[in-house]
Design a protein around this ligand. Structure first.
Ligand code: P5A
Length: 440
Protein backbone atom coordinates (compact mmCIF):
# COMPACT_ATOMS: atom_id res chain seq x y z
CA UNK A 1 0.00 0.00 0.00
CA UNK A 2 1.28 3.46 -0.90
CA UNK A 3 1.16 6.08 1.80
CA UNK A 4 -0.18 8.60 -0.74
CA UNK A 5 -3.10 6.32 -1.58
CA UNK A 6 -4.21 5.26 1.87
CA UNK A 7 -5.46 7.48 4.68
CA UNK A 8 -3.14 7.93 7.64
CA UNK A 9 -3.73 11.41 9.03
CA UNK A 10 -0.53 11.90 11.06
CA UNK A 11 -0.58 14.65 13.71
CA UNK A 12 2.58 16.53 14.67
CA UNK A 13 1.40 17.23 18.19
CA UNK A 14 -0.70 15.09 20.48
CA UNK A 15 -4.08 16.74 21.17
CA UNK A 16 -4.22 18.09 24.69
CA UNK A 17 -7.09 15.85 25.81
CA UNK A 18 -4.88 12.73 25.58
CA UNK A 19 -3.57 11.88 29.05
CA UNK A 20 -1.72 8.60 28.53
CA UNK A 21 0.94 7.62 26.04
CA UNK A 22 -1.15 5.06 24.12
CA UNK A 23 -3.94 7.57 23.53
CA UNK A 24 -1.42 10.23 22.42
CA UNK A 25 0.37 7.87 20.04
CA UNK A 26 -2.82 6.39 18.58
CA UNK A 27 -4.07 9.91 17.78
CA UNK A 28 -0.71 11.08 16.42
CA UNK A 29 -0.38 7.97 14.23
CA UNK A 30 -3.85 8.63 12.77
CA UNK A 31 -5.30 5.33 14.05
CA UNK A 32 -8.53 6.58 15.62
CA UNK A 33 -10.75 9.63 15.80
CA UNK A 34 -13.05 10.52 18.67
CA UNK A 35 -16.66 11.08 17.59
CA UNK A 36 -18.23 11.61 21.03
CA UNK A 37 -17.10 10.86 24.59
CA UNK A 38 -15.83 7.27 24.58
CA UNK A 39 -16.91 6.65 20.95
CA UNK A 40 -14.31 6.31 18.20
CA UNK A 41 -13.93 5.81 14.48
CA UNK A 42 -11.20 3.38 13.47
CA UNK A 43 -9.05 4.76 10.66
CA UNK A 44 -7.14 2.40 8.33
CA UNK A 45 -4.00 1.92 10.43
CA UNK A 46 -5.95 1.38 13.66
CA UNK A 47 -8.41 -0.91 11.93
CA UNK A 48 -5.63 -3.14 10.57
CA UNK A 49 -4.24 -3.65 14.08
CA UNK A 50 -7.70 -4.26 15.53
CA UNK A 51 -8.43 -6.89 12.86
CA UNK A 52 -5.13 -8.69 13.50
CA UNK A 53 -5.83 -8.82 17.23
CA UNK A 54 -9.34 -10.12 16.57
CA UNK A 55 -7.90 -12.82 14.31
CA UNK A 56 -5.46 -14.09 16.97
CA UNK A 57 -8.25 -14.09 19.55
CA UNK A 58 -10.45 -16.02 17.09
CA UNK A 59 -7.75 -18.61 16.28
CA UNK A 60 -7.17 -19.38 19.96
CA UNK A 61 -10.92 -19.56 20.69
CA UNK A 62 -11.34 -21.98 17.77
CA UNK A 63 -8.33 -24.03 18.88
CA UNK A 64 -9.91 -24.49 22.32
CA UNK A 65 -13.12 -25.81 20.77
CA UNK A 66 -15.31 -22.68 21.05
CA UNK A 67 -17.65 -22.02 18.10
CA UNK A 68 -18.12 -18.60 16.52
CA UNK A 69 -21.55 -17.00 16.05
CA UNK A 70 -22.66 -13.38 15.69
CA UNK A 71 -25.39 -11.94 17.86
CA UNK A 72 -26.87 -8.47 17.30
CA UNK A 73 -25.88 -5.33 19.19
CA UNK A 74 -29.51 -4.38 19.87
CA UNK A 75 -31.40 -6.56 22.35
CA UNK A 76 -34.92 -6.68 23.70
CA UNK A 77 -35.51 -5.53 27.29
CA UNK A 78 -37.85 -8.49 27.83
CA UNK A 79 -34.96 -10.96 27.72
CA UNK A 80 -33.19 -9.04 30.45
CA UNK A 81 -36.35 -8.97 32.56
CA UNK A 82 -36.26 -12.78 32.54
CA UNK A 83 -32.87 -12.85 34.26
CA UNK A 84 -33.73 -9.93 36.53
CA UNK A 85 -30.86 -7.81 35.23
CA UNK A 86 -32.88 -5.19 33.33
CA UNK A 87 -33.43 -3.00 36.38
CA UNK A 88 -30.26 -4.09 38.18
CA UNK A 89 -27.91 -2.94 35.39
CA UNK A 90 -28.72 0.70 36.07
CA UNK A 91 -27.41 3.72 34.21
CA UNK A 92 -24.58 1.90 32.47
CA UNK A 93 -27.11 0.38 30.09
CA UNK A 94 -28.10 2.43 27.04
CA UNK A 95 -31.87 2.02 26.80
CA UNK A 96 -33.65 2.64 23.51
CA UNK A 97 -37.32 2.77 22.51
CA UNK A 98 -38.32 1.74 18.98
CA UNK A 99 -41.18 3.24 16.91
CA UNK A 100 -43.64 0.78 18.43
CA UNK A 101 -42.65 1.92 21.92
CA UNK A 102 -40.90 -1.39 22.53
CA UNK A 103 -38.06 -1.23 25.02
CA UNK A 104 -34.74 -2.20 23.54
CA UNK A 105 -31.13 -1.75 24.62
CA UNK A 106 -27.65 -1.65 23.14
CA UNK A 107 -26.04 -4.79 24.57
CA UNK A 108 -23.39 -4.32 27.26
CA UNK A 109 -22.89 -8.15 27.31
CA UNK A 110 -24.83 -11.18 25.99
CA UNK A 111 -25.47 -13.74 28.75
CA UNK A 112 -29.27 -13.51 28.33
CA UNK A 113 -29.27 -13.62 24.54
CA UNK A 114 -26.98 -16.63 24.26
CA UNK A 115 -28.99 -18.44 26.96
CA UNK A 116 -32.09 -17.81 24.83
CA UNK A 117 -30.40 -19.38 21.78
CA UNK A 118 -29.28 -22.42 23.74
CA UNK A 119 -32.60 -23.04 25.49
CA UNK A 120 -34.30 -23.09 22.08
CA UNK A 121 -31.97 -25.62 20.47
CA UNK A 122 -30.10 -27.66 23.07
CA UNK A 123 -32.20 -30.34 24.71
CA UNK A 124 -29.90 -33.21 25.63
CA UNK A 125 -26.65 -33.82 27.50
CA UNK A 126 -25.39 -35.26 24.20
CA UNK A 127 -25.26 -31.71 22.77
CA UNK A 128 -22.78 -30.70 25.48
CA UNK A 129 -20.24 -29.34 26.17
CA UNK A 130 -20.91 -26.25 24.11
CA UNK A 131 -19.09 -22.93 24.01
CA UNK A 132 -20.43 -20.19 21.72
CA UNK A 133 -18.57 -16.93 21.17
CA UNK A 134 -18.82 -13.79 19.12
CA UNK A 135 -16.77 -10.67 18.50
CA UNK A 136 -19.17 -7.77 18.60
CA UNK A 137 -19.44 -4.12 19.64
CA UNK A 138 -20.78 -3.40 23.10
CA UNK A 139 -22.01 -0.22 24.73
CA UNK A 140 -21.63 0.70 28.39
CA UNK A 141 -22.43 4.21 29.48
CA UNK A 142 -19.31 4.36 31.66
CA UNK A 143 -19.25 7.16 34.25
CA UNK A 144 -15.72 8.09 33.19
CA UNK A 145 -14.87 7.05 29.66
CA UNK A 146 -11.20 7.94 29.31
CA UNK A 147 -7.79 7.11 27.92
CA UNK A 148 -9.10 6.75 24.38
CA UNK A 149 -10.15 3.22 23.43
CA UNK A 150 -8.77 1.90 26.73
CA UNK A 151 -12.04 2.69 28.49
CA UNK A 152 -14.56 3.48 25.79
CA UNK A 153 -18.34 3.57 25.95
CA UNK A 154 -18.59 1.72 22.64
CA UNK A 155 -15.93 -1.00 22.53
CA UNK A 156 -15.27 -4.34 20.87
CA UNK A 157 -15.53 -7.48 22.97
CA UNK A 158 -14.92 -11.14 22.30
CA UNK A 159 -17.41 -12.82 24.59
CA UNK A 160 -17.71 -16.58 24.92
CA UNK A 161 -20.35 -18.52 26.86
CA UNK A 162 -19.98 -22.12 27.99
CA UNK A 163 -22.76 -24.61 28.70
CA UNK A 164 -22.28 -27.85 30.64
CA UNK A 165 -24.34 -30.48 32.41
CA UNK A 166 -22.76 -30.00 35.81
CA UNK A 167 -20.23 -28.06 37.81
CA UNK A 168 -17.33 -30.40 37.00
CA UNK A 169 -17.95 -29.97 33.26
CA UNK A 170 -18.22 -26.20 33.70
CA UNK A 171 -14.92 -26.17 35.57
CA UNK A 172 -13.22 -27.84 32.60
CA UNK A 173 -14.84 -25.28 30.29
CA UNK A 174 -13.47 -22.52 32.53
CA UNK A 175 -10.02 -24.09 32.40
CA UNK A 176 -10.15 -24.32 28.61
CA UNK A 177 -10.75 -20.58 28.36
CA UNK A 178 -8.12 -19.89 31.03
CA UNK A 179 -5.49 -21.71 28.98
CA UNK A 180 -6.71 -20.24 25.66
CA UNK A 181 -6.34 -16.77 27.21
CA UNK A 182 -2.76 -17.43 28.32
CA UNK A 183 -1.93 -18.40 24.74
CA UNK A 184 -3.85 -15.49 23.21
CA UNK A 185 -2.10 -12.80 25.26
CA UNK A 186 1.34 -14.36 24.71
CA UNK A 187 0.74 -14.33 20.94
CA UNK A 188 -0.14 -10.65 21.22
CA UNK A 189 3.30 -10.05 22.74
CA UNK A 190 1.89 -9.43 26.24
CA UNK A 191 2.61 -10.86 29.67
CA UNK A 192 -0.86 -11.24 31.15
CA UNK A 193 -1.23 -12.57 34.69
CA UNK A 194 -4.47 -14.23 35.81
CA UNK A 195 -5.61 -12.72 39.11
CA UNK A 196 -8.47 -13.59 41.46
CA UNK A 197 -11.18 -11.05 40.74
CA UNK A 198 -14.53 -9.68 41.77
CA UNK A 199 -17.55 -10.67 39.65
CA UNK A 200 -19.61 -7.43 39.69
CA UNK A 201 -22.82 -7.37 37.61
CA UNK A 202 -22.00 -10.64 35.77
CA UNK A 203 -22.24 -12.68 38.98
CA UNK A 204 -20.89 -16.00 40.25
CA UNK A 205 -18.14 -16.81 42.70
CA UNK A 206 -15.19 -17.91 40.55
CA UNK A 207 -13.49 -15.34 38.40
CA UNK A 208 -10.09 -14.28 37.09
CA UNK A 209 -9.01 -11.08 35.47
CA UNK A 210 -6.08 -11.23 33.05
CA UNK A 211 -3.91 -8.24 33.85
CA UNK A 212 -0.91 -6.72 32.14
CA UNK A 213 1.31 -4.59 34.34
CA UNK A 214 1.52 -0.94 33.25
CA UNK A 215 2.10 2.26 35.21
CA UNK A 216 -0.96 3.84 33.58
CA UNK A 217 -3.26 0.88 34.41
CA UNK A 218 -6.54 1.65 36.13
CA UNK A 219 -6.44 -1.27 38.57
CA UNK A 220 -4.23 -1.75 41.58
CA UNK A 221 -2.91 -5.33 41.59
CA UNK A 222 -0.72 -7.59 43.71
CA UNK A 223 1.15 -10.70 42.60
CA UNK A 224 4.15 -12.97 42.99
CA UNK A 225 7.12 -11.95 40.82
CA UNK A 226 7.61 -15.51 39.48
CA UNK A 227 4.50 -15.16 37.29
CA UNK A 228 6.48 -12.81 35.06
CA UNK A 229 8.75 -15.71 34.05
CA UNK A 230 6.12 -18.46 33.64
CA UNK A 231 6.03 -20.30 30.27
CA UNK A 232 3.01 -20.07 27.98
CA UNK A 233 1.13 -23.37 27.37
CA UNK A 234 2.18 -24.83 23.99
CA UNK A 235 0.06 -24.78 20.81
CA UNK A 236 -0.56 -28.51 21.03
CA UNK A 237 -2.07 -28.46 24.53
CA UNK A 238 -4.88 -31.02 24.59
CA UNK A 239 -8.12 -29.11 25.18
CA UNK A 240 -9.92 -32.46 25.41
CA UNK A 241 -7.92 -33.57 28.47
CA UNK A 242 -9.50 -32.17 31.67
CA UNK A 243 -6.61 -33.35 33.89
CA UNK A 244 -3.95 -31.71 31.72
CA UNK A 245 -5.93 -28.45 31.69
CA UNK A 246 -6.41 -28.57 35.46
CA UNK A 247 -2.67 -29.07 35.95
CA UNK A 248 -1.92 -25.97 33.86
CA UNK A 249 -4.50 -23.88 35.71
CA UNK A 250 -3.24 -25.17 39.08
CA UNK A 251 0.26 -24.02 38.20
CA UNK A 252 -0.95 -20.60 37.04
CA UNK A 253 -2.98 -20.14 40.23
CA UNK A 254 -0.42 -21.60 42.65
CA UNK A 255 1.09 -18.24 43.65
CA UNK A 256 -0.45 -15.08 45.01
CA UNK A 257 -2.18 -12.86 42.43
CA UNK A 258 -5.19 -10.66 43.18
CA UNK A 259 -6.87 -7.45 42.13
CA UNK A 260 -7.48 -4.83 44.82
CA UNK A 261 -11.11 -6.00 45.41
CA UNK A 262 -9.87 -9.52 46.27
CA UNK A 263 -6.59 -8.48 47.89
CA UNK A 264 -5.74 -10.08 51.21
CA UNK A 265 -2.87 -8.13 52.75
CA UNK A 266 -1.78 -10.73 55.37
CA UNK A 267 -1.50 -13.51 52.73
CA UNK A 268 0.41 -11.21 50.38
CA UNK A 269 2.77 -10.17 53.16
CA UNK A 270 3.61 -13.83 53.77
CA UNK A 271 5.31 -13.77 50.34
CA UNK A 272 9.03 -12.89 50.56
CA UNK A 273 9.40 -9.14 50.15
CA UNK A 274 11.62 -9.38 47.06
CA UNK A 275 8.99 -11.57 45.34
CA UNK A 276 6.09 -9.18 45.96
CA UNK A 277 4.93 -7.12 43.01
CA UNK A 278 2.49 -4.40 43.88
CA UNK A 279 1.71 -2.44 40.75
CA UNK A 280 -0.89 -0.98 38.47
CA UNK A 281 -2.42 -3.08 35.73
CA UNK A 282 -4.69 -3.09 32.70
CA UNK A 283 -7.50 -5.67 32.62
CA UNK A 284 -7.44 -7.21 29.14
CA UNK A 285 -9.59 -10.26 29.85
CA UNK A 286 -12.06 -11.47 32.45
CA UNK A 287 -13.56 -14.93 32.94
CA UNK A 288 -16.47 -16.03 35.13
CA UNK A 289 -18.16 -19.20 36.34
CA UNK A 290 -21.70 -18.51 37.59
CA UNK A 291 -23.42 -21.90 37.53
CA UNK A 292 -27.16 -21.65 36.93
CA UNK A 293 -27.58 -17.89 37.54
CA UNK A 294 -29.08 -17.35 34.04
CA UNK A 295 -30.14 -20.86 33.03
CA UNK A 296 -32.41 -21.44 36.04
CA UNK A 297 -34.61 -18.29 35.72
CA UNK A 298 -34.57 -18.52 31.92
CA UNK A 299 -35.40 -22.22 31.74
CA UNK A 300 -32.27 -23.40 29.91
CA UNK A 301 -32.18 -27.07 30.86
CA UNK A 302 -31.38 -30.39 29.23
CA UNK A 303 -32.18 -34.04 29.77
CA UNK A 304 -29.38 -36.05 31.38
CA UNK A 305 -28.49 -39.69 30.57
CA UNK A 306 -31.37 -41.02 32.72
CA UNK A 307 -33.89 -38.54 31.32
CA UNK A 308 -33.69 -36.32 34.44
CA UNK A 309 -33.59 -32.55 33.79
CA UNK A 310 -30.55 -30.38 34.60
CA UNK A 311 -30.26 -26.60 34.63
CA UNK A 312 -27.21 -25.79 32.53
CA UNK A 313 -24.00 -24.71 34.26
CA UNK A 314 -22.57 -21.66 32.58
CA UNK A 315 -19.55 -19.42 32.43
CA UNK A 316 -18.71 -16.34 30.39
CA UNK A 317 -15.36 -15.17 29.13
CA UNK A 318 -14.47 -11.71 27.82
CA UNK A 319 -11.53 -10.14 26.02
CA UNK A 320 -11.43 -6.52 24.84
CA UNK A 321 -9.76 -6.33 21.39
CA UNK A 322 -10.21 -2.54 21.14
CA UNK A 323 -8.75 -2.03 24.63
CA UNK A 324 -5.92 -4.39 23.64
CA UNK A 325 -4.80 -2.08 20.84
CA UNK A 326 -4.16 0.62 23.47
CA UNK A 327 -2.74 -1.86 26.00
CA UNK A 328 -0.19 -3.12 23.48
CA UNK A 329 0.91 0.46 22.76
CA UNK A 330 1.25 1.09 26.52
CA UNK A 331 3.46 -1.99 26.76
CA UNK A 332 5.46 -1.39 23.60
CA UNK A 333 6.63 2.12 22.63
CA UNK A 334 9.62 4.47 22.98
CA UNK A 335 10.19 8.25 22.70
CA UNK A 336 9.88 8.11 18.91
CA UNK A 337 6.58 6.24 18.77
CA UNK A 338 4.89 2.85 18.73
CA UNK A 339 6.85 -0.42 18.48
CA UNK A 340 4.35 -3.03 17.24
CA UNK A 341 4.99 -6.70 18.05
CA UNK A 342 5.29 -8.58 14.72
CA UNK A 343 2.07 -10.50 15.38
CA UNK A 344 -0.23 -7.45 15.35
CA UNK A 345 1.67 -4.86 13.31
CA UNK A 346 -0.48 -3.00 10.75
CA UNK A 347 2.10 -3.83 8.07
CA UNK A 348 5.19 -6.03 8.17
CA UNK A 349 7.51 -3.61 6.39
CA UNK A 350 7.75 0.18 6.00
CA UNK A 351 9.46 1.03 2.71
CA UNK A 352 11.06 4.50 2.66
CA UNK A 353 11.93 6.04 -0.67
CA UNK A 354 14.36 8.84 0.25
CA UNK A 355 14.11 10.49 -3.17
CA UNK A 356 10.66 10.02 -4.65
CA UNK A 357 10.77 10.98 -8.32
CA UNK A 358 14.29 9.60 -8.84
CA UNK A 359 14.07 6.91 -11.52
CA UNK A 360 16.44 4.51 -9.73
CA UNK A 361 14.96 4.75 -6.21
CA UNK A 362 11.40 4.61 -7.61
CA UNK A 363 12.20 1.47 -9.62
CA UNK A 364 13.97 -0.20 -6.69
CA UNK A 365 11.05 0.54 -4.33
CA UNK A 366 8.52 -0.79 -6.81
CA UNK A 367 10.58 -3.96 -7.20
CA UNK A 368 10.88 -4.41 -3.40
CA UNK A 369 7.16 -3.79 -2.93
CA UNK A 370 6.32 -6.41 -5.56
CA UNK A 371 8.72 -9.00 -4.16
CA UNK A 372 7.53 -8.57 -0.57
CA UNK A 373 3.95 -8.87 -1.78
CA UNK A 374 4.78 -12.11 -3.59
CA UNK A 375 6.46 -13.42 -0.43
CA UNK A 376 3.30 -12.69 1.58
CA UNK A 377 4.61 -9.71 3.58
CA UNK A 378 2.56 -6.52 3.70
CA UNK A 379 4.33 -3.25 2.85
CA UNK A 380 3.50 0.37 3.55
CA UNK A 381 5.43 2.30 0.91
CA UNK A 382 6.24 5.91 1.84
CA UNK A 383 6.17 7.46 -1.64
CA UNK A 384 5.40 10.98 -0.39
CA UNK A 385 7.37 13.94 -1.70
CA UNK A 386 8.85 14.66 1.73
CA UNK A 387 12.29 15.15 3.30
CA UNK A 388 14.07 11.98 4.58
CA UNK A 389 13.80 13.29 8.18
CA UNK A 390 10.02 13.44 7.90
CA UNK A 391 9.88 9.91 6.52
CA UNK A 392 12.08 8.53 9.30
CA UNK A 393 9.95 10.25 11.94
CA UNK A 394 6.70 8.92 10.44
CA UNK A 395 8.05 5.38 10.19
CA UNK A 396 9.22 5.44 13.81
CA UNK A 397 5.92 6.94 14.98
CA UNK A 398 3.71 4.32 13.36
CA UNK A 399 6.01 1.57 14.53
CA UNK A 400 6.06 -1.00 11.72
CA UNK A 401 8.57 -3.72 12.77
CA UNK A 402 10.95 -3.45 9.79
CA UNK A 403 12.03 -0.41 7.80
CA UNK A 404 13.65 -0.72 4.39
CA UNK A 405 15.34 2.55 3.45
CA UNK A 406 16.12 3.18 -0.20
CA UNK A 407 18.42 6.17 -0.81
CA UNK A 408 20.19 7.15 -4.04
CA UNK A 409 23.75 6.86 -2.65
CA UNK A 410 23.63 3.31 -1.32
CA UNK A 411 21.41 2.22 -4.18
CA UNK A 412 24.19 3.23 -6.60
CA UNK A 413 26.17 0.45 -4.90
CA UNK A 414 23.23 -1.93 -5.11
CA UNK A 415 22.42 -1.60 -1.39
CA UNK A 416 19.48 -0.65 0.78
CA UNK A 417 19.31 -0.21 4.55
CA UNK A 418 17.31 -2.47 6.80
CA UNK A 419 16.30 -1.22 10.26
CA UNK A 420 14.61 -3.16 13.04
CA UNK A 421 12.23 -0.72 14.74
CA UNK A 422 12.38 -2.38 18.18
CA UNK A 423 16.15 -2.30 18.62
CA UNK A 424 17.21 0.42 16.18
CA UNK A 425 19.74 -2.02 14.67
CA UNK A 426 20.60 -1.24 11.07
CA UNK A 427 22.31 -3.28 8.40
CA UNK A 428 23.21 -2.62 4.81
CA UNK A 429 21.78 -5.34 2.53
CA UNK A 430 22.07 -5.95 -1.21
CA UNK A 431 18.86 -4.94 -2.99
CA UNK A 432 18.57 -8.44 -4.36
CA UNK A 433 18.80 -9.99 -0.83
CA UNK A 434 16.44 -7.85 1.19
CA UNK A 435 13.32 -9.97 0.72
CA UNK A 436 15.15 -13.22 1.43
CA UNK A 437 16.73 -11.62 4.51
CA UNK A 438 13.30 -10.85 6.05
CA UNK A 439 11.65 -14.07 5.01
CA UNK A 440 14.34 -16.35 6.43
C1 P5A B 1 -17.53 -11.83 30.12
C2 P5A B 1 -17.94 -11.91 28.69
C3 P5A B 1 -18.09 -9.48 30.79
O1 P5A B 1 -18.78 -8.60 30.30
N1 P5A B 1 -19.71 -11.05 29.95
C4 P5A B 1 -19.38 -11.56 28.65
C5 P5A B 1 -18.52 -10.92 30.77
N2 P5A B 1 -16.91 -9.23 31.37
S1 P5A B 1 -16.22 -7.79 31.55
O2 P5A B 1 -15.10 -7.97 32.40
O3 P5A B 1 -17.16 -6.82 31.98
O4 P5A B 1 -15.70 -7.34 30.13
C6 P5A B 1 -14.86 -8.21 29.40
C7 P5A B 1 -13.68 -7.46 28.80
O5 P5A B 1 -14.13 -6.40 27.95
C8 P5A B 1 -13.22 -5.33 27.99
N3 P5A B 1 -13.91 -4.09 28.41
C9 P5A B 1 -13.69 -2.88 27.86
N4 P5A B 1 -12.89 -2.48 26.86
C10 P5A B 1 -12.90 -1.17 26.53
N5 P5A B 1 -13.69 -0.25 27.14
C11 P5A B 1 -14.53 -0.61 28.15
N6 P5A B 1 -15.31 0.28 28.73
C12 P5A B 1 -14.56 -1.98 28.55
N7 P5A B 1 -15.24 -2.69 29.49
C13 P5A B 1 -14.84 -3.97 29.39
C14 P5A B 1 -12.13 -5.70 28.98
O6 P5A B 1 -11.04 -6.26 28.27
C15 P5A B 1 -12.80 -6.76 29.83
O7 P5A B 1 -11.88 -7.67 30.39
Amino acid sequence: MRLTRTFIPILREAPREAEIVSHKLMLRAGMIRQQAAGIYSWLPLGLRVLRRIEQIVREEQDRSGAVEILMPTIQSADLWRESGRYEAYGKEMLRITDRHEREMLFGPTNEEMVTDIVRAHVKSYRDLPLNLYHIQWKFRDEVRPRFGVMRGREFLMKDAYSFDLDEAGARTAYNRMFVAYLRTFARLGLKAIPMRADTGPIGGDLSHEFIILAATGESEVFCHRDYLAFDTPPADVDFGDPAALQALVDRWTSLYAATSEMHDAPTFEAVAETDRVSARGIEVGHIFYFGTKYSAPMGARVAGPGGEMHDLHMGSYGIGPSRLVAAIVEASHDEAGIVWPDSVAPYDVALLNLRTGDAATDAACEQIEREFGAAGLSVLYDDRDERPGGKFATADLIGIPWQVVVGPKSLAEGKVELKRRATGERESVALSDVVVRLCS
